[in-house]
Design a protein around this ligand. Structure first.
Ligand code: AMP
Ligand code: GLY
Length: 426
């Protein structure tokens, strides 16, 4: 018991490094009795009881939460949010943290989010929307400001954004998305938008519908290979804070992007409670919003949550109760760097099932190993996905955290281990 509060059973939905980081943070709370995770992974199973229910099997998650007396559910990943997990839990009188389906659309539809930004004067790249490939093609023939960015409207596993340097490339992109339907229905409609330049920064925030509290900044490395070469991935590494995200830019973002976004959602009858993630481009003309996500970033969570000093259970409860304005959230001044260890061949073709060695060699408090694609087979931890582990190091500054991270990952090995050697340099 903390004060007069009852200890809680908490369920976390998801199975990646982000969920491991969330659970690691929750496990430090003296308000928690037991943590469950559906479906979880090998690393998570050391802190939580993993339950074999898919993150998108909402019906069974509701039954599990009821039968197990879960006091609070936290959703890590996007798919269940878009499917309405929050609405289903609330209907069943279960406490859950995340946006309802009609608010999660800020991540689910790029067209929705661009129209929202335009309507509420939130700075973003100029754009046009097309439902018809022929009209899109006609538009591109006239376009004289290449490169241009073409985005499938719906969720496409982070692969639905194509940056095209010439008309020919842009035509191919339209064909891929709208005619060949590489991303299925997600490509029924597209956004064609202005190419922006500048450092890209992620800022996540806690929202309760009325109040928005931004977290410390982070930068992601989306490309598979050093020097931002290779294909786009879910993220090969992150660091926090970003040196580009100054106090002045922060103030500007609060006034022109963060607060207006939350207010806009409320105005639209889509009040947003949960984590609002802002993908920002810091251009010469000021910060512009590239996209929203409706959940913690992965691997942003792995560098932001270790810097959070306030109890995450308190924050989540205050957010659900609409009282975030009463809470002060405190951050550590230290820096974090997270390097992702991926399976060889990721993000295209890779094999799974290789034993991971050296996981127990690191005993330092400032090294955290967050599991992503791992599972236990015959008492051994083996690879079970594209992104396998995220190794986070905490240091006095980025340089020190980076050194510690790369030193620590020398001890961890698996067949065809792949990672970038330049995380935290940019
Ligand atoms: P998104 O899913 O919208 O975040 O896009 C994925 C990535 O594509 C972003 O993280 C950026 O690196 C890049 N991107 C998206 N929109 C633009 C843009 N308008 N200009 C330049 N790069 C962009
Ligand atoms: N790291 C970016 C994302 O979670 O979408």
């Amino acid at each position: 018991m903390k004060g007069d509060k009852k200890l809680m059973n908490i369920l976390v939905v998801g199975s990646g490094g982000r969920e491991h980081a969330i659970i690691w943070k929750l496990s430090q709370s003296d308000r928690v009795d037991k943590i469950y995770c559906a479906p979880g992974n090998a690393g998570i199973s050391q802190l939580a009881e993993c339950v074999d229910i898919s993150a998108t099997d909402i019906e069974n998650l509701v039954s599990f939460a009821k039968n197990t007396n879960i006091d609070l559910t936290i959703v890590g990943m996007d798919d269940p949010l878009m499917l309405g997990i929050v609405d289903a839990f609330e209907e069943a009188d279960l406490k859950i943290f995340g946006p309802s389906k009609n608010a999660a659309i800020i991540e689910g539809s790029k067209i929705f989010s661009k129209e929202l930004m335009k309507k509420y004067n939130i700075p973003t790249a100029d754009y046009e929307i097309f439902h018809d490939p022929e009209l899109a093609d006609n538009y591109l023939k006239q376009y004289n400001n290449y490169p241009v960015v073409i985005k499938a409207d719906g969720l496409a596993l982070g692969k639905g954004v194509l940056i095209c340097n010439t008309y020919e490339e842009a035509y191919d992109a339209i064909k891929t998305i709208m005619i060949d339907k590489k991303f299925g229905d997600a490509g029924d409609k597209i956004v064609i938008e202005e190419f922006l330049q500048g450092p890209e920064v992620s800022v996540l925030s806690f929202c309760d519908g009325e109040t928005i509290i931004p977290m410390v900044s982070a930068q992601d490395h989306k490309r598979a290979l050093d020097g931002d070469q290779g294909l786009n991935t879910g993220g090969m590494g992150t660091f926090s804070p970003s040196k580009y995200y100054t106090d002045e830019i922060h103030k500007q973002c609060i006034e022109t992007i963060f607060k207006p976004s939350l207010k806009a959602m409320k105005n639209e009858g889509r009040s947003f409670t949960g984590i609002m993630f802002f993908g920002l481009m810091l251009t010469e003309k000021g910060p512009k919003l590239l996209e929203y996500n409706a959940r913690f970033g992965d691997p942003e969570a792995q560098v932001v949550l270790p810097r959070l000093k306030t109890d995450l259970v308190d924050i989540v409860e205050y957010a659900i109760d609409g009282k975030l304005n009463e809470l002060e959230i405190i951050w550590d001044n230290k820096a974090c760097v997270c390097v992702i260890l991926a399976s060889g061949g990721y993000p295209v073709k890779y094999e799974k099932g290789y034993e991971i060695t050296g996981l127990n060699k690191q005993k330092e408090d400032d090294i955290l190993i967050f599991h992503a694609g791992t599972k236990i087979v015959n008492d051994k931890v083996v690879t079970n996905g594209g992104r396998v582990l995220g190794l986070t190091a905490i240091g006095d500054d980025i340089v020190q955290a980076r050194e510690k991270a790369y030193e620590a990952l020398k001890y961890i090995d698996f067949y065809k281990k792949q990672y970038r050697t330049d995380i935290g340099i940019k």
